[in-house]
Design a protein around this ligand. Sequence first.
Ligand code: ZN
Length: 285
Amino acid sequence: MANIDSEAVVTYEVRGSTAIVRLNRPEYRNAQNSEMTYALDAAFTAAVNDDAVKAIVLAGNGNHFSAGHDIGTPGRDVDQSFERKAVTWWDHVGAEGVDARFARESEVYLGMCRRWREIPKPMIAMVHGACIAGGLMLAWSCDFIVASEDAFFSDPVVRMGIPGVEYFAHPWVMNPRAAKELLFTGDRFSAQRAHDLGMVNHVVPGPELEGTVLAMAERISSMPRLGLALAKKAVNQSEDLQGMRAGMDSVFGLHHAAHAHNAEVGRDSLAGMGAQSMREAAAKQ
Ligand code: ZN
């Protein structure tokens, strides 16, 4: 079954026993607006509900996996409501200040990424090009990452005075000192460095990326469905027992203290930064 709507912000296709979900705003380096996170949620739901799908691959169309959350494209939709399927909080639209921000980010960022991490089928992130900030959240929500040699990663949001993205997996997907370096410098790190740190499972030449990932997905698909789901849960529960879930909850509070501080002393919750000014600040560093 192939179901590719090239106009959609997320495309969905089933090849063999693998569902391929692709971010599809290539003109904006797959910046994630809410329309996209809800479309991802719908695509993953379809993949879970389809018994013929045994594994899920998450990728990006165009030159990059994802440049992060949408902080400035014409399709930015932070003030819009969407139909919520799994309610974590009330709708943010019409609310103000922390009431609005906490509601929205609980839903479209932390809440969705957490639910996606719990999807009972194996998920592989297939990363090429930029995987920045909110892009890391998507890749980290998957069970593991396979990257092309050109892939690069960074979480530069400390530049906004914010201690990392909403899904704060940093100290669990790499060692805590590497997490500090990533956050303190905001620097890009290569696919090879990410591999050395244990964050990426395999690095392959760009032309081999899709073939490698789809072959892995098909190999995994021959394992029993319940065995895979329980193995996934076993590792996730172990991570949570190492403090991942509680750690993320506590850091989400720090994250929102930072947003609130920015809004209180400055122009907005992002310290007046947009995609352009973030790039300029990085270039000056
Ligand atoms: Zn935030």
